[in-house]
Structures are given as structure tokens and as C-alpha cells.
Design a binder for this molecule. Structure first.
Ligand code: UD1
Ligand code: CA
Length: 458
């Protein structure tokens, strides 16, 4: 079997997006548009990939900086799809396998569909195979002109088509597999003598036919797969399809999603079996959730690692945090980046955390801010506790050792260390270290003036 390389066209600006950001970097399902065809090409076995970049090339390259199998070809002027493919020649110099050509703005194509197209291409010994579908309304697409027996004769752009040709319902998806030798030879000899004055990649079909080489169509039923994204209405439509696929994949793998229509999970997220996701939940980025968890309604989770049997209660928001097993968070808790909670921890309502380590079995049940702190095991943080971590210039750390009981309404003015098993009385402002096994109390003694109210009234 010959090797497969992919060329992904992504040099266009995407004028109809009306955006400062190049079209192929607009996010959908948690990844830029162009990352989806790249993923599908990889799934179909493309060992090497060349991305043709033009508009905002640096930004596109930056996104893929760590993809070793991907290289870039610059197309400085967007002279057409044929010219774009020609720009990839140098990056594939010496390659003589099959080139899979994809568009950066056609995100819904599946890896398995590309594999099936490649298999057909090989089985029929074709030089060129074009992926097509039949549309009720083919407006705007290139039409596929065939001869009896199924050979493709040519592809004609709508703007160049005769009235008869415009009646053809079979359209060019812009996705092809082509033998490399023929491809780069053909794109080098294109002309731009057409309605748009562009070097059309589609003209290589005519060249194949003229040279007596076999060009075939691989037609698919699901028009969604070849849907192009040109504006933000189509971006949202593609997002709906991607979301449905992600949710269905998770459900079939053992996650319960109570209301898939209101559940937004990125393609990058992993979730274990028997975890239940309630309505209106958003889970994004590099999040991994374990087994048997419950994610209650209206929770937002980004870039978090959550162990098994964790409950995240309604309305909680968490970013860049790790949560140990059987821990409970919320309702309405806010875990900010670098929060690391151990197992069997409890974080209750209106608790905000940032850059903290909290050991196994510790609790902070109500109305608290914990930032820049190391908290040991079995610590109880009372209601209304504040780590005063910021002196206006620098951040300082609070250390609370194992077994400490922090009473309600305590301020810990960092840097400060509370020794193990100590107790801090309610209302205390802690300004210096507390040795282990101590009681710390700092509040003015209460005075009761008996009968004071009666005298006032007299
Ligand atoms: C193209 C096809 C058309 C097909 C349609 C499917 C041609 C001539 N026509 O038309 O038959 O039905 O796709 O969506 O190929 N690009 C570059 N450099 C360029 C021009 C385009 O990188 O110079 C990239 C774009 O960024 C885009 C892709 O190629 O990702 C397709 O280009 P576009 O101009 O949208 O092609 P269509 O006119 O839609
Ligand atoms: Ca065009």
C-alpha cells in the first residue's frame, strides 16, 4: 500500500466571517476549525501533513507548533485552490504516494469516511478520487460532470457552468485523494482562464481525463460531512453537529448525559463510565473526569482533573484544578487555577480557592476565600475565613497544618503558619505564627453593660 500524506488548504482569510481572526482559527467544539480536518486526516493514516497557510500564517503555525507530523507551506497570494496545492509541492518533494487533499474550513469530515475513500481509490486503482455528495440545493458548489460508467470527466464551478450543468446535483466537496506524481505535475500546468481568474484545483480532473487516467467519484450520503464553514451561521451549525457527535460518543462509552441538547463538552475532554452530567453543563479544555461522578446543573469546568466518585454541585465554576476522589464541591463554589484538593474534601457554597493544596478529609463548608495556601489533612475551615494573601505588592503563603480547627470569621494575614492541631477562636485576626496544639485568640473582650438600654429610654 502506498503511503498517504495530507495537504490541508487553509490560506484563505474567510471574509464572510467578518472577523479580525482568520477563519480557520475560529473555535468549534473546543478546537480551531482547521484542527478537525487535521485530526481526521491523521485518523485516516496520513503520516505526514502539510498545511497551506497564508492569512495570519504565524498564528496558525503557533497553534500547531507541537505537531511533529505537520509542516507548513506558505501561499503568499491566494491565487486559487490549484495554486495552493502547488505551494505544498516543495514540502512533499520526493513523496510518491497518495495525497489526501482537505479544506481547513470543512470540519465535519470523519476519519472513517476518508479511510473508506482511500480504500475505494486503491481498489479501483484510480489516479484521482473526488469526494462528492448529492444536494437538493447545490448552489455555490462545483458540479461533478460524469461519463457513463461513473468516470468523472470534469468539475465545473457554478460561475463557469452552463444552465444544463447547473442542474447537476452531485457536488464537489473539495476533498480528494490523488496520486502525488500526477498531482504536482498537473497543478504546475493549470491556467486561470475562468470566471474567477483563479487557478482551480478542480481542473486537474480534466487533465486526468485527457491523459486517459482514471478519475472517480466517492459519493457519501451525509451532506453534513462536507459542509463548509464560510460564516458564523455555518460555524454554529457545525458546532451543533460536532457537539452531538461528542455527546453521542460519550454516551455510547458509558457516560449519562441527561440533556444532550444543553450539554457542551469539548472534543478534548475525557469522561469515565457511570458519570452523570446534568443539564446546562459546559466542560472544556484538557479536562479529565473519572468514573461515577455527578456533575450537577449549570456547572462550568475548564482544564480540570477530577478523580472518581466526585460530586460537583450546581452552579460551580472551576478552572485548572485537580480534585481527589469522593470529594464534593459546591453548590456555587469557585475553584480557580492551581487548586489541588485531596480525597474526601468538602468545599461548600460560596467558597473561592486559588493556588491551594488541601489535604485529605479537610473541609471548608461556607463563604470563604482560600488563596496561596497549603492546608493539611483533616483541617476544618470555619465560615467566613479569609487568607489575606496580598499586601498590595506581593502575594504571601498561608500554611495550615494537619488537624487545625479554624473558627468562623478568621483572617489569616500571610505569611503565616498555623501549627498542627491548633484551634483559632472565632473572630481572630492571625498576624503571627501559631505553635502546634495551641489556642489562638485575638479579639477584644466582650463587655456587657447590664440595663444600659433601660437607662437610655428614661
Ligand atoms: C471549492 C471548489 C468547489 C467545491 C468547494 C467545496 C475549486 C476551484 N472549487 O470552491 O468545486 O465545491 O470548494 O467547498 O477548488 N484556499 C487557499 N488558497 C487559495 C484559495 C483557497 O488556501 O488560493 C483554501 C481556502 O482557505 C479554503 C479552501 O481552499 O479552505 C477552499 O477555497 P474556497 O475559495 O472556499 O473554494 P470554493 O470557492 O468554495
Ligand atoms: Ca473561491
Amino acid at each position: 500500500m502506498s503511503e498517504v500524506a495530507a495537504v490541508i488548504l487553509a490560506a484563505g482569510k474567510g471574509t464572510r466571517m467578518k472577523s479580525d481572526l482568520v477563519k480557520v482559527l475560529h473555535p468549534v467544539g473546543g478546537m480551531p476549525l482547521v484542527a478537525w480536518p487535521v485530526m481526521s486526516a491523521r485518523q485516516a493514516g496520513a503520516a505526514r501533513m502539510v498545511l497551506v497557510v497564508g492569512h495570519q500564517a504565524e498564528k496558525v503555525q503557533e497553534y500547531f507548533a507541537r505537531e511533529e507530523s505537520l509542516s507548513f507551506a506558505a501561499q503568499l497570494e491566494q491565487l486559487g485552490t490549484g495554486h495552493a496545492v502547488a505551494c505544498a509541492h516543495e514540502a512533499l518533494a520526493g513523496f510518491d504516494g497518495t495525497v489526501l487533499i482537505l479544506c481547513g474550513d470543512v470540519p465535519l469530515i470523519r476519519g472513517e469516511t476518508l479511510s473508506a475513500m482511500l480504500a475505494e481509490h486503491r481498489q479501483r486503482n484510480a489516479t484521482l478520487t473526488v469526494l462528492t455528495t448529492h444536494l437538493e440545493n447545490p448552489h455555490g458548489y462545483g458540479r461533478v460532470v460524469k461519463r457513463e460508467g461513473g468516470r468523472v470527466l470534469r468539475i465545473v464551478e457554478e460561475k463557469d457552468a452552463t444552465l444544463d450543468e447547473r442542474q447537476i446535483r452531485e457536488i464537489n466537496s473539495g476533498i480528494y485523494c490523488v496520486e502525488a506524481g500526477f498531482l504536482f505535475d498537473a497543478v504546475a500546468s493549470l491556467s486561470n482562464d475562468n470566471a474567477q481568474g483563479e487557478y482551480y484545483l478542480t481542473d486537474i480532473v480534466t487533465q486526468a481525463a485527457e491523459r486517459g487516467l482514471l478519475a472517480i467519484a466517492f459519493s457519501i450520503d451525509d451532506p453534513n460531512e462536507v459542509m463548509g464553514v464560510n460564516d458564523r451561521v455555518q460555524l454554529a451549525a457545525a458546532g451543533t453537529v460536532i457537539r452531538r457527535r461528542i455527546n453521542e460518543g460519550l454516551m455510547l462509552a458509558g457516560t449519562t448525559i441527561v440533556d444532550p441538547a444543553s450539554t457542551y463538552i469539548d472534543g478534548t475532554v475525557q469522561i469515565g463510565t457511570d458519570t452523570i452530567i446534568h443539564p446546562n453543563v459546559q466542560i472544556s479544555g484538557n479536562t479529565v473526569i473519572g468514573m461515577g461522578c455527578v456533575i450537577e446543573p449549570s456547572v462550568v469546568i475548564r482544564d480540570c482533573r477530577i478523580a472518581d466518585r466526585v460530586t460537583i454541585k450546581a452552579g460551580s465554576v472551576m478552572t485548572g484544578s485537580t480534585v481527589g476522589e469522593e470529594t464534593a464541591v459546591g453548590p456555587m463554589a469557585h475553584l480557580r487555577p492551581e487548586t489541588a484538593l485531596g480525597a474526601h474534601v468538602k468545599i461548600g457554597n460560596f467558597v473561592e480557592t486559588k493556588k491551594i493544596d488541601m489535604g485529605e478529609g479537610s473541609k471548608s463548608s461556607h463563604l470563604t476565600y482560600l488563596g496561596d495556601a497549603t492546608i493539611g489533612r483533616d483541617v476544618n475551615i470555619g465560615c467566613g475565613t479569609i487568607t489575606c494573601n496580598y499586601d498590595g505588592v506581593k502575594k504571601h503563603r498561608t500554611v495550615i497544618e494537619d488537624g487545625v480547627f479554624v473558627g468562623s470569621d478568621v483572617q489569616l494575614v500571610a505569611p503565616v503558619t498555623v501549627g498542627r492541631n491548633s484551634l483559632i477562636a472565632a473572630g481572630t485576626t492571625v498576624t503571627h505564627d501559631i505553635p502546634p496544639d495551641s489556642l489562638a485568640i485575638a479579639r477584644s473582650p466582650q463587655v456587657n453593660k447590664v440595663g444600659w438600654k433601660l437607662k437610655k429610654r428614661e
